[in-house]
Design a protein around this ligand. Structure first.
Ligand SMILES: [Ca+2]
Ligand SMILES: [Ca+2]
Length: 229
């Protein structure tokens, strides 16, 4: 004996529910963030690995090194590979110096910066994240952070969604100012720096009128189907 699917059940599905599901998918699509810039350091350099942007540092060049990385915050299938490793330097000369990344956010909003980090006991233990609207003047964002002793599985996340001036800004820039190192070889590792945002093309949640049109259109289709029966 064969089991027959009960199509009556499908017919009874209220079209409101179908519309709600369709709208849910439309809005979900809107929430998808795109990576504007990713540095995975797997090729042991400061050149960007996905997207576009520039990364510079005023630490002594001898103290800008690379060491084993992590998959924490890795994107687009990146492997752990290498991570950036920044040392305090002779006489802790690198305290107060920084890592700066310039990333145009043209066409994007809801900017979020994240990265994985870890530090040794004598490495930089008081680091300030900053952002810039003009690429020249930097503004503290949040309190200084102390890196964990291991990368772990959760990245540091700085949500700049509330800073509207960072949206669609060709001069947007971000900076980590390092402080608190107490030995020349004390260090912080950083891996998988990601700048992401919502693109203009996917950020448009249907306006009420559009949603209404969608609903009435689907309603019409449903009625036509019913009349045919
Ligand atoms: Ca890496
Ligand atoms: Ca690279």
């Amino acid at each position: 004996m064969f089991l027959k699917p009960d199509f009556r059940l499908t017919r009874r599905l209220p079209y409101h529910l179908i519309c709600a599901v369709l709208l849910f998918f439309a809005v979900s699509q809107a929430a998808v963030a795109d990576e504007l810039a990713v540095w995975n350091f797997n090729d042991s350099d400061l050149n960007i690995d996905h997207g576009s942007g520039t990364l510079t540092s005023n630490l002594n060049v001898a103290n800008i090194l690379f060491a084993a990385g992590t998959t924490n915050n890795a994107r687009l299938g990146d492997t752990a590979g290498q991570a950036l490793s920044l040392q305090g330097g002779t006489s802790n000369a690198n305290n107060g110096r920084n890592l700066t990344f310039n990333v145009s956010t043209l066409g994007f909003s809801n900017i979020i910066v994240s990265f994985a980090t870890q530090g040794t006991s004598t490495g930089f233990n008081s680091n300030q994240f900053q952002y810039s609207l003009d690429g020249i003047n930097f503004i503290d964002f949040g309190s200084p952070y102390t890196p964990a002793t291991a990368f772990g599985s959760l990245p540091l996340v700085f949500s700049l969604v509330s800073i509207a001036e960072l949206n669609n800004n060709p001069n947007a820039a971000f900076r980590i100012v390092f402080n608190g190192a107490t030995s020349s070889t004390g260090n912080n590792r950083i891996d998988n720096i990601v700048v992401e945002g919502t693109s203009a093309s996917t950020s448009s949640i249907p306006e009420p009128t559009t949603a209404l049109l969608l609903l009435s259109g689907l309603g019409g289709l449903y009625k036509m189907k019913r009349r045919r029966r």
